[in-house]
Design a protein around this ligand. Structure first.
Ligand code: HEM
Length: 146
């Protein structure tokens, strides 16, 4: 019992000194991890023929800009600094995707790119699975065609 109290106290102390301690953001490696993950994600989307429909939704966009926006969003969504909100306001992900036709294949391909990028990251498998399930929930929200 005393041990449990001491451990809780220890985590409180760490939380006081380490920014975002106890969040997924901190656990997976913060800004550096997200940066590499998103760079890999967009690299896969641009080079793997399987992701061609998802890439096509980005026609005419500056992928570097899309990549920076995704990094900023993931930072806050995973419990770190709210970079996207600070710069662009409320994410409103569904609304922001309305200009693009996003059906089953685009959603599946987006998830595929993220899955391959996560595998490359070598994050523990359970952590990868949790993230993919969370992303799947977001793609369901964003999908705007059958
Ligand atoms: C379901 C498949 C998806 C497709 C095909 C897709 C496609 C796109 C496209 C074409 C853009 C515009 C890029 C630009 O303005 O430069 C965009 C923006 C964005 N996407 Fe997605 N996306 C998908 C899912 C997701 C998911 C799951 C997330 C979050 C984890 C996400 C986060 C964002 C963000 C934060 C932006 C920037 C929004 C803005 O400021 O306008 N997207 N997406």
């Amino acid at each position: 019992m005393k041990g449990v109290v001491l451990i809780k106290l220890w985590h409180r102390i760490l939380g006081y000194f380490i920014p975002h301690y106890g969040t997924v953001y901190h656990r997976i490696g913060g800004e550096k991890f997200i940066g590499t993950l998103v760079d890999d994600f967009y690299h896969i989307m641009q080079t793997d023929p399987f992701a061609k429909d998802c890439l096509a939704t980005h026609a005419g966009r500056n992928i570097q800009g899309s990549s920076e926006k995704l990094k900023a969003f993931l930072s806050g969504w995973l419990g770190g600094p709210q970079l996207f909100v600070e710069k662009y306001g409320h994410p409103r992900l569904r609304m922001r995707h309305f200009p693009f036709i996003i059906g089953e294949s685009e959603s599946e391909q987006w998830l595929y790119c993220m899955k391959v990028a996560l595998e490359k990251s070598q994050l523990p498998q359970e952590e990868q699975n949790n993230l993919i399930e969370a992303f799947r929930g977001l793609t369901k929200l964003i999908k705007n065609r059958d």
